[in-house]
Write a protein that binds this ligand. Structure first.
Ligand SMILES: Nc1nc2c(ncn2[C@@H]2O[C@H](COP(=O)(O)OP(=O)(O)OP(=O)(O)O)[C@@H](O)[C@H]2O)c(=O)[nH]1
Ligand SMILES: [Mg+2]
Length: 607
């Protein structure tokens, strides 16, 4: 069977299943040597049609026809092998692209989808991710990892990571961290930054003069309603557009907690930044716009109210606070609040939040009702529950992984010449284990060595840090070059470095996407703060969610709602963990075409 026939069959089946109709590709068959046919097809189906047949054969020749090695080579060295951009190979398929109706997004998978649209879907799909922009990084990192491969022991990749004793001098002085990380998320313009900005003003953390300045300047810009949002949106572009782009971080103190507020962007173009914020959070504060129309835009398919809630749950957040915002515009209507609750609460339960972990309350971020203090407004007399700050203050923190070997997510590396921390500095958050001054650690995936000269926890000098602590470290580094640092690198216990791999198996759940997922699917995967281009190299079987029972072996495609065991290959060596060892670093989110298509957990690290 030739490559084209093979691909055609695969997609035919998918379409027959979905549409009950055939698809005409206008693609002719190539005759291939029968002995090598199957191998070439297998590689080609996985890497997609960015490659010509002769490139596949060339790559196979270089690695003695070992399929996995050829796939690896083609992806890592895509520039050398991928075909040059130019006219489509076959006349008919090119015409199909031209004549198909233009759409911003891929066509929806419905029975009504036309043949032309179906063709367009197939043709676009196989070219979906261009690996070129990652080429340099991938080459650099591959070389570094190769050089430092003595630190990477593949035989230990799937070992259970044991708990290790806490040093006695540390144990006696450990106090439970009071830090609570809250990601403030929700659809664009729902009022997240305004809420956080107003809260900081109410807490006296913003000077009166500064607030006057924001009021004056935002009004001059015709954006007076954004004055509180300006407390969080500090960049000129954010203020001019009235849109948050990067996660804004502010720390506040309540009676019992240090609350770290991570004000995420709601715009769909910046979902990756939102994911970075969510990866660090203990709880989600989902801000929902109660105004008619705006609520629907966020809550309907494609809106970020649903997407953010799903992402937070997929990333391990179990508790969610829903702030039904802008109720001032809706005249503080209890009916409106009840209506929104009646839609949002069942949805949250459906995506995996337990009823007891969902709190919903009416607020106005702009007016400040039920944010810092309970509202005294008579119109809101029907609600007598706590304010957001009261809810956060009473939040029960789950015990952290203190006995596991250290994992600290590094979110910046810089040289500092001023302040208390001078020299090469890492800042980030301890996820698991104890970090001790004077100890030596390893930074994965680049395998740099770092000895800790000084530890600062919340700007105070300390001898150690525990899970949940926000730290700045002054380090003495060996085999570590700032240029090799990647956002999301992990500082690890010297004896238990994180596996650095390119291939793993995962159990994934498929979300609502325009079409089914098939083998060869290219997507961006998010693991903690790491973002990486990947290919779905195998679909082993679908599973029953509740029991893990195998439903269908080797399915051709995965549809919305399917659970499946799959194999995923990363475009460069990546630090990954088994979910059972470190849940945060073993969870994955798959995104394609600016949509979250699936989430899952890493089950086995292969290579
Ligand atoms: N009437 C009213 N308007 C509000 C309220 N909260 C926010 N707004 C308005 O909603 C608009 C958007 O507010 P932002 O705080 O920037 O919204 P956001 O959710 O942070 O937006 P992104 O970060 O870009 O997703 C501004 O004009 C705010 O004044 C509210 O409680 N009542
Ligand atoms: Mg904002």
């Amino acid at each position: 069977m030739s490559r084209h026939r093979n691909l055609k069959n695969m997609i035919d089946e998918a379409y027959e299943e979905e549409y009950g109709q055939d698809v005409d590709y206008g693609i002719e068959e190539d005759e291939l040597h029968p002995d090598d046919n199957e191998i070439v097809n297998e590689v080609w189906d996985t890497v997609g049609n960015n490659y010509e047949k002769h490139s596949i054969i060339e790559a196979l020749d270089e690695v003695d026809w070992v399929v996995d090695d050829a796939i690896n080579l083609l992806l890592v060295e895509s520039k050398r092998f991928a075909k040059k951009k130019g006219p489509a190979k076959k006349k008919d398929s090119k015409d199909a692209i031209k004549t198909a109706p233009k759409k911003d997004n891929l066509p929806t998978m419905s029975k009504e989808t036309s043949k032309e649209e179906a063709k367009e879907t197939v043709l676009k799909k196989k070219d979906s991710t261009d690996l070129t922009p990652f080429r340099k990084e991938s080459e650099d990192l591959s070389a570094i990892v190769k050089e430092n491969s003595k630190f990477i022991d593949k035989s230990k990749f799937n070992n259970i990571i044991p708990e290790i004793p806490i040093p006695p001098k540390v144990e006696s002085s450990i106090k439970e961290s009071k830090n609570l990380y809250v990601v403030v998320c929700g659809h664009v313009d729902s009022g997240k930054s305004t809420l956080v900005g107003h809260l900081l003003v109410d807490l006296g953390m913003v000077q009166k003069q500064t607030m006057h300045k924001f009021e004056k300047e935002s009004t001059e810009m015709g954006k007076g309603s954004f004055k509180y949002a300006w407390v969080m949106d500090e960049r000129t572009e954010e203020r001019q557009r009235g849109v948050t782009i990067e996660v804004g971080i502010k720390q506040i103190e309540t009676k019992n907690k240090n609350v770290i507020l991570l004000d995420a962007p709601g715009h769909q173009d910046y979902v990756s930044n939102m994911i970075g914020g969510t990866a660090q959070a203990d709880v989600a504060l989902l801000v929902v716009d109660s105004i008619s129309g705006a609520f629907d835009a966020g809550f309907n398919r494609g809106g970020q109210t649903q997407e953010h809630a799903i992402l937070a749950r997929s990333m391990g957040i179990e508790s969610i606070i829903v702030a039904v915002n802008k109720l001032d515009v809706m005249h503080w209507s209890k009916d409106r609040f009840d209506y929104i609750s009646s839609l949002v609460t069942p949805f949250l339960e459906e995506i995996g939040y337990k009823q007891e972990n969902i709190t919903i309350l009416p607020i106005s971020g702009l007016q400040g009702d039920n944010v810092f203090q309970r509202s005294k407004r008579p119109d809101l007399g029907w609600y007598d529950g706590p304010s957001i700050i009261e809810i956060l203050d009473g939040f029960k923190l789950t015990p952290k992984n203190i006995k596991k070997p250290l994992r600290m997510v590094v979110n910046s590396v810089y040289q500092s010449t001023t302040g208390q921390a001078k020299g090469l500095c890492f800042s980030g958050k301890v996820e698991a284990g104890i970090l001790e001054k004077g100890s030596k650690y390893i930074v994965m995936p680049s395998c740099g060595q770092a000895t800790i000269k000084d530890v600062f926890v919340d700007d105070q000098k300390a001898n150690f840090a525990i899970p949940g602590d926000n730290v700045v470290l002054v380090v003495q580094a060996k085999e570590f070059d700032i240029a090799n640092f990647r956002y999301g690198s992990i500082l690890c216990h010297w004896d238990f470095p994180m596996p650095v791999a390119v291939k793993f198996t995962a159990d994934i759940e498929v979300f609502d996407f325009e079409r089914p997922l098939i083998r060869g699917e290219r997507s961006m995967i998010f693991i903690g703060l790491t973002k990486i281009s990947t290919v779905l190299t195998k679909i082993h079987h679908t599973l029953k969610k509740e029991t893990g029972e195998i439903l269908k072996k080797n399915p051709k495609l995965l549809k919305k709602g399917d659970f499946a065991s799959v194999e995923i290959m990363c475009e460069r060596p990546t630090a990954v963990e088994l979910f059972k060892n470190y849940p945060l670093l073993g969870r994955i989110i798959l995104r394609e075409k600016e949509k979250t298509i699936a989430s899952g957990i890493i089950k086995e690290i292969l290579d």
